[in-house]
Design a protein around this ligand. Structure first.
Ligand code: NAD
Ligand code: SER
Length: 313
């Protein structure tokens, strides 16, 4: 059977790039983009204006296009969620239930839902954070992701729902803008390095965080979704590691390409969120179970980001 894929939140930082990859894999006529608003990124796809909280609307879109797989990307990210915690909880949880229930009722047969390094908290070991460890998230975003992970595993165990998930680190790409997270600085810094030659960072210089270049994240996403079901032994969410660095280190790397580049610091509420997260991640289970390997280190990512941003600016 040909897969018919629905991407909800397709116009966001990840969706924009994931859509391109899914078009390659499935053919663009088999990939439907859904979001609150239309976007030029959907030029090759059918578009459905959809609020994931509208359960009936979601059901109608799934039926109309005979969808069998959903990638659920609609969510409020860490920084935006702190400004509206109750709505963040509602969107991040009810959106997930609306999709998981379609799989429980066997209307669709596979779900992708991303979790985050935000499931970890201040009491988690910070270096090489293992898959299984203390998890006491202190942000509403992290609480919603941790609860989401528990529900994914519950739906797998109780209802045999084929749900797959990754705990993404902070994602960095040149094709799309970040959507309100704590790691957004690592995208903004490239744009401002090119446009102004300087960047004022909202995190302090030694805030070390797990990050990943978008091509690696997209590869991991399609790899986990296309792996045989028996290789996916963790049905909550998998740790995934790419690159770990702090603002001073990425600034140093950018200086190799733009010698006059300067960074200054003006920290805000996002510092507290970042301080509660790990510095680096151990992703042994992803490597062992479904063959994950990242391709980009800090130097390769920086070179590729600047090369591509220079072409489009
Ligand atoms: P984003 O904010 O860039 O995009 C989210 C998209 O969802 C937007 O296009 C938005 O319009 C849409 N959306 C919001 N509310 C909606 C609703 N009610 N119905 C339908 N669409 C709605 O987010 P992203 O960075 O692409 O993240 C996607 C997923 O990946 C989220 O679950 C996020 O938590 C997770 N994640 C992202 C990162 C990262 O660094 N980008 C890291 C870890 C996890
Ligand atoms: N990049 C995301 C955020 O900062 C991590 O989930 O919210």
């Amino acid at each position: 059977m040909t897969d018919k894929v629905l991407v909800i939140g397709a116009g966001g930082q990840i969706g924009t790039e994931l859509l391109e990859k899914l078009n390659e894999l499935h053919g663009s006529s088999n990939v439907i983009a859904a979001d609150l608003n239309n976007s030029p990124a959907f030029a090759n796809n059918a578009f459905e204006k959809l609020d994931v909280l509208d359960k009936e609307g979601l059901f109608n879109v799934v039926k109309k296009h005979q969808i069998n797989q959903i990638y659920l990307l609609a969510a409020l990210l860490s920084a935006t969620a702190e400004k509206n915690p109750l709505f963040a909880w509602k969107l991040n949880m009810d959106g997930l239930f609306n999709v998981l229930d379609l799989a429980k009722e066997k209307i669709i047969d596979k779900v992708y839902w991303p979790s985050s390094i935000a499931v970890f908290g201040p009491t988690t070991p910070k270096e090489n954070t293992p898959q299984y460890t203390v998890m006491e998230p202190s942000t509403v975003y992290g609480i919603s992701k941790q609860a989401g992970e528990r529900w994914c595993e519950y739906y797998f165990n109780k209802y045999n729902v084929d749900v797959r998930s990754i705990r993404y680190p902070g994602l960095i790409g040149w094709k799309s803008a970040p959507g309100g997270g704590t790691t957004d600085y690592a995208v903004h810094i490239f744009h401002e390095a090119l446009s102004k030659g300087s960047y004022e960072c909202f995190l302090s210089e030694h805030t070390h965080l797990p990050m990943m270049y978008m091509p690696d994240a997209i590869k991991a996403t399609v790899d986990i979704m296309h792996a045989p079901a028996d290789q996916i032994k963790i049905r909550s969410s998998y740790n995934l590691a790419g690159i770990s660095f702090d603002p001073a280190e990425i600034a140093q790397e950018i200086k190799k390409h733009i010698p006059g580049f300067t960074i200054s610091y003006n920290i805000d509420f996002r510092q507290q969120i970042a301080d509660s997260w790990p510095k680096s991640i151990d992703d042994s289970e992803s490597q062992q179970h479904w063959g994950w390997r990242s391709a980009y280190d800090l130097s390769a990512m920086t070179g590729d980001m600047l090369l591509n941003l220079r072409k489009i600016k």
